[in-house]
Write a protein that binds this ligand. Sequence first.
Ligand SMILES: [Zn+2]
Length: 478
Amino acid sequence: MTLQFHNTLTGEVEKFESIVPGKVSIYTCGPTVYDYPHIGNWVAYIYWDTLVRVLMANNYDVNRVMNITDVGHLVSDADDGEDKLEKGARREGKTAWEVAEFYTEDFLKGMKQLGLIKPQFIAKATDYIPDQIKLVQKLIDKGYTYQIDDGIYFDTSKFPTYADFAHLDLDAQKAGARVEFNQQKRNASDFALWKFTPAGEKRDMEWDFEDKKGFPGWHIECSAIAMSILGDTLDIHTGGIDHIPVHHTNEIAQSEAANGVIFSNYWLHNNHLKVNNTKISKSLGNGYTLKDLQEKGFSPLDFRLFVLQSNYRKEGNFTFDNLQSAKNRLHNWRNIAALRHQIHDTLQSETEKAKDDKTISLLATSQAIIEALNDDLGTPQALKVIDEAFARIARSSLSRIDRQSFIQLLETIDSTLGLQLIDSTPDISDKIKKEIIERNNARDKKDWKKSDEMRDKLLKSNIAIRDTNSETIWEYQQ
Ligand SMILES: [Zn+2]
């Protein structure tokens, strides 16, 4: 299967072709660092990490940028209200700079816990202020802007294809704009490129531009950072579907107005995660953090598998029952992964080892996983392939499994889905192996008391013993 993705730009699933063969540039809209990210925020980063892994499995050299919004993201998500960072700063009695630093560190820690590959560039908006000013200046020079009391705005009527990306109904927006607070704007859809610090106010974060103190609008940072690092046209831009009508529409308008070339060839958008079929919101207190999950006994990787169980374009529904199922599934998979230590192991009898009449090779399974993922990141299908292969392994005698292709399968799962099956399933110690042999000897001699004692002893080391017709298998206890 050739690699293909659903492209928001065309509304179709399209074959992926990069600008430079073998190389791919990706821009991911990153977090606004004013609070702990909740599980709904993390979903996007898990899917985009999978995208990166799938591209790598297809031998692409990935160059990816993710921004950190540490200034300019206003509470209303449009151009009104307070800056989230400045608001966070007052809430915590810190400066906006301190708040940004604290939550950036927390975000990076969460990325690591979830096993997300670090993008080649993590770009803080405040580190790219000159680039943003340069882009605003370019738009001023080209006549796309106008200045009003509170800032410099992009005149969307001067960009004829403004409504196309999100299929916006601009007339309806105009009608709905009566109650809008900023009456100086020419069109309801116009957006701030640069905001001035209100008179008499002192912000923690502000810069000089047009003879005044001010700060960038939220949208400009993504265009400026993407262009500065990746060039005028990207291969792939990713984000959440909530970004389509405003943030990404504005990114396209300002970038393409400035450069006269297409901003990104592919746009991938992930759907929302609901919690108990309800939208995540502060007031409901359902915006669980990774820490909340850990306190309830779920690891970040349990959550990762939970997310991968749904396709990125489908709305997800989080419940603790669903997370428990993912946790159980991961636990079972780890016990299958641990079988690699037990193929040709001293625990198995010589006669079993010799019986390799019908060896099960898993090479085709590795390929099937990549095929499933190549089809618009088909993670649920890839997980199904794994379930089927693992069920086959569980049913067969260990001696029949081709160890090398089995290890290769585990490596494929880990590299494409980031589930760390190999790292999380170490071999048991020699001491425990001896105890299992001792227990098996007792069982063979029908010394049930000793056999049971040894079994209990092993359980205390979190190792459970399972006897099949021909083999003894050890498993990790949950
Ligand atoms: Zn963005």
